[in-house]
Design a protein around this ligand. Structure first.
Ligand code: 3PG
Length: 307
């Protein structure tokens, strides 16, 4: 009987775990749960006899994949799969998948929530500013980027986007102005919201050249990955531009320096919170469990990311 392990340092909402358990048991599989584990060693020993693995931002390294002798499929319940060693998975014939779109609304709501929080001076009682009428640049118009635009439109923001991988017309039909370079986006928009994945092309790609182009009272919003920011250059922008602010779902490595020198100009969640809602957990968890059943029963490889 195949065994499915849900391994999450940051646990799913209990309702999501129940749903995953129900789907896997209905398929006749064994279900196992490893939550809030403290080291990779715990993960490595837990995967030894599993056929399928569901993770969040947990690190599916080569060591983990190699230790899982029966492993056939890993599903990252979420969007970004930079935490899976895809080469190791492919080398071992393990299918890796994500569950695109399933947690996007939660992330998009957090992006707007953090923008309001910062615009209102972190609710400290002093007069803040409004989002209405401000220009918002969406850097990558995938599932989350599109929803950020949809919500921001409700706030009365003017929406721009840059995404070289999506046809211009399909973005424009949402009432979004498409620009043809990242430079143009940063030059145009007071607010820029990042939705690019972390990969070899994007790591440290958000740099001084881009950020220094932003208009007065610039705000960079990061619900993507901290790795896409060139932190040395981010610090230079903080130093050069007293009007620059940065909000991020997870603190940068240079958070202490920012906190020490630039009070009131940043907000960082203490833990990655974007997808941390019951709804997102349930959607992504159910999708992950169903994708595993469909793969093991029918060989369905929709959403495979290591083809
Ligand atoms: C994602 O890539 O789906 C988000 O960053 C959420 O990650 P999490 O499941 O670790 O919260």
């Amino acid at each position: 009987m195949p065994k499915v392990l849900v391994a999450t340092v940051k646990p799913f909402a209990p309702a999501a775990v129940n749903e995953i358990k129900k789907i896997t048991e209905q398929a006749g599989y064994d279900f196992a749960l490893l939550e809030k584990y403290e080291s990779q060693t715990d993960l490595i020993s837990a995967v030894k006899d599993v056929d399928a693995l569901i993770i969040r931002s947990d690190k599916a390294t080569r060591e983990v994949i190699d230790a899982a002798e029966n492993l056939k499929i890993i599903v990252r319940a979420g969007a970004g799969y930079d935490n899976i060693d895809l080469e190791a998975a492919t080398a071992k014939g393990v299918v890796a998948m994500n569950t695109p779109g399933q947690n996007s609304n939660a992330v998009a709501e957090l992006a707007l929530g953090m923008m309001v929080y910062l615009a209102r001076n972190q609710f400290n009682g002093k007069a803040g500013t409004e989002l209405r009428g401000k220009k918002l640049g969406i850097h990558a118009y995938g599932h989350v980027g599109k929803l950020v635009g949809d919500i921001a439109r409700g706030f009365g923001m003017e929406i721009f986007a840059f995404d070289p991988f999506i046809p211009k017309e399909s973005i424009e039909k949402d009432g979004v102005t498409v620009v043809d370079s990242a430079e143009a986006l940063y030059q145009t928009c007071q607010y820029v919201s990042l939705h690019i994945p972390a990969n070899a092309h994007t790591v440290k790609s958000i740099n001084y050249a881009l950020l220094s182009k932003m208009p007065a009272n610039a705000v960079l919003v990061n619900t993507a990955r901290k790795e896409v920011i060139d932190e040395a250059e981010l610090l230079k922008v903080f130093a050069d531009r007293p009007d620059f602010k940065y909000i991020s779902d997870i603190a940068p490595d240079c958070k202490d320096e920012i906190a020490e020198k630039y009070e009131g100009r940043f907000f960082f969640t203490p833990k990655k919170m974007g997808a941390q809602t019951a709804e997102a957990n349930i959607n992504a968890g159910i999708a992950a469990a169903k994708q595993i059943v469909n793969f093991l029963e029918k060989g369905d490889t929709t959403f495979q990311v290591n083809k």
